[in-house]
Design a protein around this ligand. Structure first.
Ligand code: GLY
Length: 399
């Protein structure tokens, strides 16, 4: 009995030492905090400009040719604008942000039956953030119903949730990893573990089929819906079938880090670390750490950068740093700091009043489709603000 107590004590002490070592590595730097505080304050002013440009029944997507391009509530980007407003409200307590976000929620609530894998982005970034601030029963209902809608796209033979619709093939894109957070949240809120199990199934199948041995990810994997066999691996938004599309790597890094946080399966952690290594050791990652739109873009070093992928790397790396040894944590945090600094500088951050009211310039939506090329993107702003909030929480033991 006594030996058991001593063992428990030793384990607790070791845990405390490990925890302290991590906390030290994860303490935020004062100069970066100063940059972040200024950026968040300016972002709140800049979003007041954006709010004025947004129509009551629409959601901003980008600023192009002098006007703010806006989507109907069923577009994939619609959760990001209210989500960013809610993050800015958390940061600055400016109620203009909160009220503008609340104005959009009823429009999004109607999307809870939309059959689209993007429902995770749409509902988790909006209602998920709203629920964190104010855990209302109606928000919870929207989240759970949306998770049911998403779960209905699972093909158990393939072991994945369907991304894009197609008559013949079963198409899964790496982006879909991001939507799993809606499922894990729904399980927590409802006590029904079936949503979480579907998230695990999708993550496991994707882990098996979507990655190359160097941990870089394909964009699209095509499955036979009847046998579940993989029939093709290719790209749609990247430079080539065998290249690493920068945002695709971001969806993968963020997705497996999030799945480790939610599920605690070390395979997800090891996978996220592998993806981080691919990104951070890549000779084509620029010194300022905001990636070219594809790691094998043909015109590197003159290729366009993608601010959205940079913002996602920063946010995901800050979270991943909380789960790894001190040396890796320091490396991840250092890269995240570099990205935040780069994105907060004049090359990427628009002057207040410019850019239609969006925060960041230089995002790449889909270069092969020539859409949203070198433009602001609602999701670039969202993950940039998220990264800054996560950085502010370093060392506080908070998410
Ligand atoms: N999920 C769509 C994109 O990353 O462009």
């Amino acid at each position: 009995m006594k030996t058991n107590y001593v063992l428990v004590l030793i384990v607790m002490l070791l845990g405390a030492v490990h925890g302290n070592a991590q906390n030290k590595a994860l303490n935020p730097r004062l100069d970066i905090l100063k940059i972040i505080d200024k950026s968040l304050k300016n972002a709140t002013e800049q979003y007041k400009v954006l709010i004025k440009n947004v129509e009551p029944d629409k959601f901003p997507e980008t600023f192009t040719k002098g006007y703010v391009k806006q989507k109907a509530p069923n577009g994939w980007v619609t959760g990001f604008y209210p989500g960013t407003l809610l993050y800015l409200y958390e940061a600055t307590k400016d109620t203009v942000m909160y009220n503008a976000a609340l104005q959009k929620l009823p429009l999004l609530e109607k999307q809870k039956y939309i059959s689209s894998h993007d429902i995770g982005f749409m509902i988790n970034c909006s209602f998920g953030n709203a629920y964190t601030i104010d855990p209302k029963a109606e928000y919870k209902e929207t989240i759970i119903t949306s998770a049911q809608t998403l779960a209905s796209r699972l093909n158990p033979t393939v072991g994945c949730i369907r991304s894009w619709d197609s008559q013949k093939d079963f198409l899964v894109i790496i982006d879909n990893m991001m939507n799993l957070e809606l499922l894990t949240l729904a399980s927590k809120l409802s006590g029904d573990s079936s949503y979480k199990k579907i998230a695990i199934t999708h993550a496991d199948t994707t882990l098996k089929n979507h990655f190359r041995p160097d941990y870089s990810s394909y964009h699209l994997v095509v499955y036979d819906p009847l046998s579940g066999a993989v029939t093709r691996k290719k790209t749609v938004q990247g430079a080539g079938d065998e290249t690493a599309w920068a945002r695709g790597q971001a969806w993968a890094l963020y997705g497996y880090t999030m799945m480790y946080r939610e599920i605690g399966d070390r395979r997800y952690l090891e996978h996220a670390k592998g993806i981080a290594k691919f990104i951070l050791d890549n000779p084509n990652l620029p010194k300022d750490k905001v990636p070219y739109w594809d790691f094998s873009a043909p015109d590197i070093p003159n290729a366009l950068r993608d601010a959205s992928a940079g913002a996602l790397y920063a946010s995901a790396l800050i979270e991943l740093a909380g789960f790894v040894d001190t040396k890796s944590a320091k490396e991840y945090i250092h890269v995240a700091e570099t990205i935040i600094k780069t994105l907060s500088g004049p090359e990427y951050t628009a002057a207040i009043g410019d850019n239609g009211g969006f925060l960041l310039k230089h995002g790449v939506g889909s270069l092969p489709d020539k859409s949203f090329v070198d433009e602001p993107l609602a999701y670039a702003d969202y993950y940039y603000v998220e990264a800054m909030l996560r950085y502010k929480n370093l060392g506080k033991g908070k998410r």
